[in-house]
Design a protein around this ligand. Sequence first.
Ligand code: HEM
Ligand SMILES: *[C@@H]1O[C@H](CO)[C@@H](O)[C@H](O)[C@H]1NC(C)=O
Length: 561
Amino acid sequence: MAWPNIFVALGVLCCTSLGYLIKIVYDHRRKINVLREQGVPMPQEWSWVTGHLLVLRKYVDGIPPDAAVAFAMRDLAQEFAHTELFLVDFWPVYPPLYTVFGPESISQICNKYNLPKTAVAAKFMKPISGGPNLVSMNGNEWKYWRSLFNPGFATGAMLNNVPHIVDSILVFREKLVDRIGKGMFSLDDFTTRLTTEIILKITLDNDSNYQRSSNVLATALGHITSWHSFWDPRVLIHPLRPFVQRYHGRIMNTYIRKELEKRFQETKRERSSDLSGQTPKSIKSVITLALEAYLSERQDNDVLQEEKLDQNFADYATYQIRVFLFAGTDTTASMMVYVYHRLAKHPNWRRKLQVEHDEVFGPEPNNAAKLLKENPSLLNSCKLTLAFLKETLRLHAPAGTMRAGLTGVTVTDLEGSEQPMDYVGANILHQALHVNPRVWPRPREFLPERFLVRPEDELHPDPAAFRPFEQGPRNCIGQTLVWNELRIAVVLTCRDLEIRDAYDDFDAKMDNEMGIGEKLKRWIFGEPMRTLHGDRAYQTDSAGLHPVNGYPCYVKWAKHD
Ligand code: HEM
Ligand SMILES: *[C@@H]1O[C@H](CO)[C@@H](O)[C@H](O)[C@H]1NC(C)=O
């Protein structure tokens, strides 16, 4: 009689686990239902089974199939202009979050309360960083690491690094010149290689020459991010994913550790003033400045006696470098593409920038690199260029932030109601904030003059409404570096080179090479949508928000008038 007993046991087990599952779902949705009945703003269409998951469908249908989900959320946000805040319950895909797009509410969350980063953020960053890192840490641990790395990213240190950036951008420029009169190429690929090379140099003092050759670290990171998704279940539940990511993570660690150890030995030699035959480096990398801060903070001389870098410190520093590589390349590379996109779309602004560069650097474009290396602060004279870049960042912001709720905390919506954050965190949606018509007049127009006019002008923005790097204690540590990279790239290329997108030719080529399956699909479902609010170069979800199809383009010499 053994078998029937097993069946009974299995049956009981199944029922209890099913019951347990139902209880978890019920417990979650009940909390949301309470908020719903309290009148917390949220989309009407909510169900006990799927929450708000089906709400997005209508909005996703209104954008190209591969466009970033953030744009569907932005369109949904328009229905909540009266509160500038609404709850979406995508659980269990995501924790329940308020989508917030009003500067006052965001300032409460990020500046006033500085709510902690969410546990999901840490989970998603883990395969990329290997462990706890600046983006996902909280509390004292975050404070300690941020203070170690702040000196390396400070304005002065970044100005010292300008010559390195100039050198890399000169290679980028040469590569562009090589493409003149030749076929289509991906600008996103060029800018990604450029920003990777720069971040390796600035953070680790490692000359990777990645714009001209391959690099094991960059390749490993590429593998990790191609197996990365914030939400796509096909990627997330793939059984091989953890193994592949860990394998490539170890390759990254080996590379970074080798460089870290070299910098430690250099710093030690310099500290013990044993500069046998070596002069101290005049330009210090981020990691060298972090090592100096670490050694000063340890105070005791023991560290200097140690042969190798402390294991724990080295592990954590490696996680941070991995996160810099990720956060610093993707975002900046895609921003750079949109800078060229905007230069092509707004020839009147291109001319204004050319005139400004002639004034600041003299009429000969080839002199600018030398002048910049000698006097990096010339960048600060390029006021129109900065305004142009700010407007580009406003309309194409590639990041955002997610914060966890906290017991007892409420956030005030635009109508003045206090919304409870005990159970619900916040998703700060820059894509919606930056075109919020209450705070941005003529929100969809490209008007860099917003950032130049006097405060009494109607166009003058509320400083709290422009947050591409977020604001408050958890703002982006790399923002000075970004402004420098973008300004130098524009100064060294926009006077005599002109990039224009090649989507027409790209689409024609794709249509030509279309297989029978794709043809059938189009015959049944119609042509796929190809523009977002009229723009073919819309942003897609990859690790950061990248221009669709890598921004196919052509380059030619520009007429300078
Ligand atoms: C256009 C380029 C960039 C944009 C738009 C951007 C945007 C942002 C945003 C919005 C945050 C806040 C994220 C959050 O709260 O979850 C952030 C944080 C951060 N970013 Fe950037 N970023 C850019 C480039 C860089 C670069 C070049 C680095 C280089 C190291 C970097 C490193 C970081 C780090 C470490 C944090 C976490 C800071 C902390 O919490 O202490 N980012 N960034
Ligand atoms: C950059 O780092 C890698 C890994 O340590 C090393 O093999 C390579 O030689 C470094 N490049 C230079 C120019 O030092």
